[in-house]
Design a protein around this ligand. Structure first.
Ligand code: JFZ
Length: 608
């Protein structure tokens, strides 16, 4: 399995080296799958990368009670209700399955709404963790046609509507968790289940259902796995091989723990930067819950939704925005209205989203940027969130020759002026759009941008975040990588076990002088649950050495850290002297003589 993944990864990178079809064969598996060439992969991903915006739908029988059980709301996300309230299978059946009758559901209306919003694909839960298949399964009678009063094959209706309406369609399928099948994972509360093995569950239910979904529902563009777990090679093969049934199908990274799939998934939040060299998607519910929850009123504003779409596109990713049909089979008015408002914006501005690639700038104070590159030049699309009050939009460091600039809304031409190394666009007083107005700048020839680097503030202090580090980590291997902070916490560098891997930060110095360098670090924290043993006795301190400095001169510095401590501490890494105003790069490397992996959240420079 590992070998297959590695091959796929290297095949992606070594674009020029691989020109023919690779056959990846695992020694102990009878199944052989056909590895794509980088060209085939790029071709397959083209529509998906151009799309930028899709609809996610979580719909199941939990919508009957809208997340309520015995007068309580046991979860944040209604589709987890059965698990969180430990509802016996029999009760879940009586209160939800037996009452699922969303008679107002109209697949065509649904699909048309997605299109109206500007979405280019739809991914829907064919089976979620509760185990109730939302299609006419031949492998299990526990499905929407045979087990609910509704009796309609929801997936069939949607698949057909998508085909009629010309929009891409894909399935979400919970391949590991199944709280109804005796071999599925996740149900540890219902004693009536007579356990069988996970492999039996795969053989009996998951594999045949996936096969059915991929053969009887027309063209399927996406297969969206979820909650990956370790599984046997046989189970993995049985699931993965099915996706060969739909040539060109795109799969995510949630099949098995070591399977990269075709794209990365980010959940609920937008990363500060897109991952290098990988396609990626952010999935996010339009409100708080994935599945319909009747007390959920936390709908994201139209402003947030549109700006999220711009933000994600500016980083080169896709936005998969989730909606939650109710027990009647419709969306709440807030969802419908917000989607329609996005559609209004897209009607004017979609050129700045579809088919674009990420911003060539560092952060822009007032908004975001996407681009389209052509043989003779580049279109830059600026999403202006904060419209300039003085009518001057400053685009920092844009030095390319400008052919023309205009508002995307109405193609109103705009004057531009070169001011130093910046471009200033003169814009009307009034923003054409209250949320995100698009200014187009067409440049000819190569893109020439002087990146704006962070610089010390008036007190002479400069903070360099883990997110802003450039990592030299052997082409994005797992050694030394950025781990996104959860729940608003700062991101940090971690897994720094490769002594050859290092990090650097570029910055600008406006005031020469001697700067003290310090870092917020700790010895690498174990992942997962807090280890209580750390409280019992004070562990001994450990010393490590780092090599720190400007590229021309690195000094070895010793720092002492206490193992088991979960918070970073501020340690001094010595002084650097900067004689002239200019751009500099600070390097931080392991000293191979004395190294232990650390977590690093930020570096601070302070003028002394
Ligand atoms: C999963 C599901 O459990 C959930 O119900 C929903 O379908 C969502 C889209 O996916 O939840 C996850 C999966 C992965 C992470 C978090 C929640 N994750 O990687 O942090």
């Amino acid at each position: 399995m590992k070998k297959v993944t590695k091959l796929k990864f290297s095949a992606l990178i070594g674009a020029l080296l691989f020109s023919s079809i690779l056959m990846a064969v695992d020694e102990d598996s009878s199944w052989t799958y056909i590895e794509e060439t980088p060209e085939q992969h790029a071709e397959k991903m083209q529509w998906w990368n151009e799309a930028r915006f899709g609809m996610f739908v979580h719909w199941g029988v939990y919508s009957v009670t809208g997340g309520e059980y015995k007068g309580e709301m046991p979860t944040n996300s209604a589709e987890w209700m059965m698990n969180k309230a430990r509802i016996p299978i029999a009760d879940y059946k009586a209160e939800n399955v037996d009452k699922f009758n969303p008679t107002q559901f109209d697949a065509t209306m649904f699909v048309r709404l997605a299109k109206e919003a500007g979405m280019k694909y739809i991914v829907i839960t064919a089976k979620h963790h509760d185990g109730l298949s939302m299609f006419h399964s031949k492998a299990s009678p526990y499905n929407v046609v045979d087990a609910t009063p509704f009796g309609r094959d929801v997936m069939k209706e949607l698949a057909e509507a998508c085909q009629d309406e010309g929009i891409r369609f894909g399935f979400y399928y919970s391949q590991c968790q199944d709280w109804h099948h005796p071999g599925g994972l996740g149900n540890d509360w219902d004693d009536t289940l007579e356990r069988v093995s996970f492999d039996e569950y795969v053989e009996e239910k998951a594999a045949p259902e996936i096969k059915q979904l991929l053969t009887e529902y027309g063209p399927i563009s996406i297969f969206w796995w979820d909650t990956p777990r370790e599984m046997s090679q046989a189970a993995f093969d049985a699931l993965h091989s099915s996706t060969d049934l739909q040539p060109g199908i795109i799969t995510n990274d949630r099949l098995g723990t070591e399977h990269a799939g075709d794209h990365k998934t980010y959940e609920r939040r937008i990363p500060r930067k897109g991952p290098l060299g990988a396609d990626w998607e952010v999935c996010m519910p339009i409100s708080a819950s994935w599945g319909y929850k009747k007390t959920d009123t936390e709908f994201k504003s139209v402003e947030t939704l549109i700006q999220n779409l711009c933000d994600i596109a500016s980083k080169g990713g896709n936005y998969l925005l989730n909606v939650s049909p109710t027990n009647e089979g419709i969306l709440l008015p807030q969802a419908t209205e917000h989607l329609k408002a996005m559609g209004q914006w897209m009607k004017v501005n979609s050129e700045s989203i579809y088919g674009t690639t990420g911003s060539p700038f560092n952060a822009l104070d007032w908004g975001r940027c996407t681009k389209k590159e052509y043989a003779r030049g580049t279109n830059l699309y600026f999403h202006v969130f904060d419209w300039p009050t003085d009518g001057q939009l400053l685009i920092p460091g844009l030095k390319s020759t400008v052919a023309q600039a205009y508002l995307l809304d109405g193609w109103k031409p705009l004057d531009v002026q070169v001011v130093g190394s910046d471009l200033v666009v003169t814009v009307p007083e009034e923003a054409p759009d209250g949320i995100a107005s698009v200014v187009v700048v067409k440049v000819v020839g190569a893109l020439d941008i002087e990146l704006v680097l962070p610089q010390p503030n008036e007190e002479g202090t400069l903070v360099l975040l883990a997110d802003d580090a450039y990592l030299h980590n052997n082409e994005g291997s797992d050694d030394l990588h950025l781990r996104e902070g959860r729940h608003g916490a700062a991101s940090y560098l971690t897994q720094w076990s490769d002594e050859e891997a290092w990090a650097e930060w570029s910055f600008k110095v406006n005031r020469p002088g001697r700067y003290e360098v310090s870092a917020d670090i700790c010895l690498q924290r174990p992942r997962g649950r807090r280890d209580t043993s750390e409280d019992s006795q004070t562990p001994e301190e450990e010393s490590i050495r780092l090599r720190v400095g400007l590229a021309s001169q690195l000094d070895s510095v010793e720092v002492t850290l206490v193992p088991g401590v979960r918070d970073t501490v501020r340690v001094s890494l010595g002084m650097i002297t900067i004689d002239e105003v200019g751009n500099y790069t600070l390097q931080v490397r392991p000293d191979t003589d004395q190294w232990k992996p650390i977590d690093l959240s930020q570096i601070e420079l302070k003028l002394k």
